[in-house]
Every structure is written in C-alpha cells, then in structure tokens.
Design a binder for this molecule. Structure first.
Ligand SMILES: [Zn+2]
Length: 394
C-alpha cells in the first residue's frame, strides 16, 4: 500500500489497471483508470487507455477490486470520545451525552476528535462523510483541518440553532451572518463542502428553519436536521403544534431537494408522501437504530416510492461493509420476514445506497459516488491519503 501511495503522489499521468473495476453495470475485467493530478480523469478499456496515453505511468493490480468510495451520509466527527457511552441508553441521548460532551470540547479536542473520526472513516472504506455539525462552541475550522489532513471529503454542517441544543446560542443576526461566512469560506473548496444545520426542529424558531433552509438552496448547499427519530420528540411536536416534526418542517417551508433528514425512523404513510413530493433526502442509519433509536426507517418503502436516501453511521462504527450488511439485515428483520420478501433489495441496492445514492443525498453527486466511463472524477476507497499525501482523489 505504501508503494501505491507513492505512485499516486506522482503528478504525472498514471494508469491503474485493477483485476476488477466496479462500474454502474457491475464488475468488469480488462478496464483501467487514468489518474491526472490525483483525480480520476478517464475510465476505459486498459489497452485503449495505454494506447492513447503512451507517456503515462502504469500500475497493474490483478488482485484488487477498484470501486467508488463509500459515503457516510450522516455522522458526527466530534462525537469520537463518547461512543462507549451510547449503547443501550434510553432515547434522546443527545440531551444527556452529546450536547454536554461536544459543548466541553475546546479547540484542540475538536481537532483530535475529528481527526480520529476521519481516520476511522478512511479505514472503513469511506472517502466522504457528511458531518451534521458540531455542538461545540465554534472551532468548526479545526474540524475542517482534521478532515483535510486525512484526505477525507467532508460536508460540514454549521449549527444554526436559535432556541437551544448547542454550546452557544447567538442572536438571530449573528447566526445568519455566521452561516453566510461558513458558506463563503468553503465555497469552491476541492475537499470541504459547507452546509447548514439545525440539530432538531424544536431547537430553532419557524423563521430560522425556513431562512436557513432557503439560504442553503441559494448557496447550492444542503440543509441538515434530525427528524422523527425518537417517540418523545414526535409527541412533543404534536403537543406543541399539532404536527409531527416532519409535518412541521413541511409546514414552515424547510423541506426540499436541499434538505437532508437524518433518521426518519418514525414516519407515517403521509409523511413518506411528503418526503417524496418535496424531493427531500434521508440518511438511513441502521446501526444507529440498533444502538440508540426507537425504530428502523422503512428504507425499502422509501426506495419503492422514489424517496432519495443514502446510508449513514450517525457516528456509530465507521465500517462501510458492515453498514451495508446492517442496512439489509434490519430491513429483512423489520419488514422482509413479515411480508415474505426474501430479497429485501438484494446486495446491489445497499451498495448503491452507500455510494451513488449517498452522493446524491449528500449533495456530492457531481464529484463522487459512481464509476462512469469517461466522466467526472470519482472516488476509490483504497486511495486514502495521509498528512503528507497529494490532493486526494475523492
Ligand atoms: Zn446524528
């Protein structure tokens, strides 16, 4: 692997010919990839690429599969130090663990936690991840530094809560100004993608929910929030306003293709229709359901309805292969066994949900998530890079 890293560090054109190349149509032999400046420039038959680029370097990897990198559609890089506390807890652990823990992180600890999480992502096959926003008192820049140093592509949410649920709650004007600065700071960044977030709908006013979601649309960014995960939150929302959280977001105008909803485990048929009709995306987090959730998101039903979704870890374990396994297994146990569905999407759906579909839900479809022949740069899961490595290929 060290030799591969050195080869990829070269600024010269490089052709990599794996034993199998995973394309959208399935695994193929005899194919190769042209790397230019650390990015995937072209995919074609190996012999053809070599003929057309005679000066390029050449690496054969006959015992390797080359495939798109996994994308974690929902995680929290600043929760690394609390994983051992969450399993088996009653619901809404964010109140007892995450908000206090993240709020206690100083600048250095934000960096260390994020660095550890980013390295775990790469080890588990993820070349990109969507961070839902740290609840620490600022220091988002150190989170970005940690991701950049590891070579992990990251969508970073900036928390915009104006009613609570974070270490610092500023006034409305300051929140919006900070959000604008966050979007501008990483605009055009090759590896860091800015995003806006509100932890849960009840952590923000209706006006803030709508304004932040709209701001994300105008910036071409995604808007993130956690919705319909815990029964207690659904019931509070009903008591407070007569609407379930997802219905509330629709009511205030915060849903749309720019919005990425984490969880959506407790969804009614009409809420599924809302997700479909608004083009809202969902992060299906199966391991999080096992560790701490109230239910399992009906991902197969979402797929059948055409609802956009990808797989997420929610900061549990960063292992892309086990995540796909959990995604299928939970659908089988929760829905397939009861209906005699012996397929439950089969392996292809969950591979798609961890790559191409995850890229779409994360707002990254233009830069990663799929292997296409002679099309824009894609990711390769084993091209994880270290601090001294060249710009990553993800
Ligand atoms: Zn989360």
């Amino acid at each position: 692997m060290t030799d591969l890293r050195q080869a990829f560090a070269s600024t010269e054109n490089l052709i990599v010919a794996p034993g199998q190349l995973l394309l959208a149509s399935g695994p193929r032999t005899g194919m190769a990839v042209l790397l230019q400046d650390g990015r995937f420039a072209e995919i074609a038959e190996a012999a053809d690429l070599r003929t057309r680029h005679p000066g390029a370097g050449w690496i054969e990897l006959p015992h390797h599969l080359m495939m798109p990198g996994f994308i974690d559609t929902h995680t929290h890089l600043t929760q690394s130090l609390g994983k051992s506390l969450v399993f088996g807890e009653p619901s809404e652990i964010f109140r007892r663990i995450w908000v206090p823990l993240e709020g206690s992180l100083d600048e250095h600890m934000v960096y260390l936690s994020s660095k550890l999480a980013a390295l775990e992502c790469l080890r588990g096959g993820f070349t990109a991840a969507v961070d839902a926003g740290t609840r620490s008192a600022g220091h988002v820049g150190r989170l970005a530094d940690a991701a950049r140093e590891t070579g992990l592509r990251v969508v970073i949410g900036r928390i915009c809560n104006d009613l609570g649920g974070s270490a610092e709650i500023a006034d409305r004007h300051t929140i919006l100004r900070t959000a604008e600065a966050h979007l501008a700071q990483y605009d055009g960044d090759p590896l860091i993608h800015p995003s806006l977030a509100i932890s849960i709908p009840e952590a923000a006013s209706d006006r803030m929910l709508r304004d932040v979601s709209t701001m994300a649309v105008e910036a071409g960014a995604i808007f993130q929030t956690h919705v319909n995960e815990h029964l207690a939150a659904v019931e509070r929302s009903l008591v407070a306003g007569g609407r379930r959280p997802l219905e509330h977001l629709a009511h205030v105008g915060a849903l749309g293709p720019q919005t990425l909803i984490a969880h959506s485990t407790l969804v009614t048929p009409s809420e599924l229709n809302i997700l479909r009709d608004t083009g809202t995306a969902v992060a299906y987090n199966p391991v999080a359901s096992v560790w701490k959730g109230n239910a399992v998101a009906p991902a197969l039903q979402m797929q059948a309805l055409g609802i956009r979704f990808g797989l997420g870890t929610d900061g549990t374990r960063s292992d892309g292969f086990r995540l796909m396994d959990a995604a299928e297994s939970l659908q089988r146990v929760s829905y397939g066994l009861a209906s005699g569905d012996s397929s439950c999407g089969a392996g292809w759906l969950w591979l798609e949900a961890a790559t191409r579909m995850a890229a779409d839900a994360s707002g990254l479809a233009a830069v990663t998530g799929a292997s296409r022949r002679v099309l824009p740069p894609i990711s390769c899961w084993w091209t994880s890079t270290g601090p001294n490595s060249p710009p990553p290929t993800t």
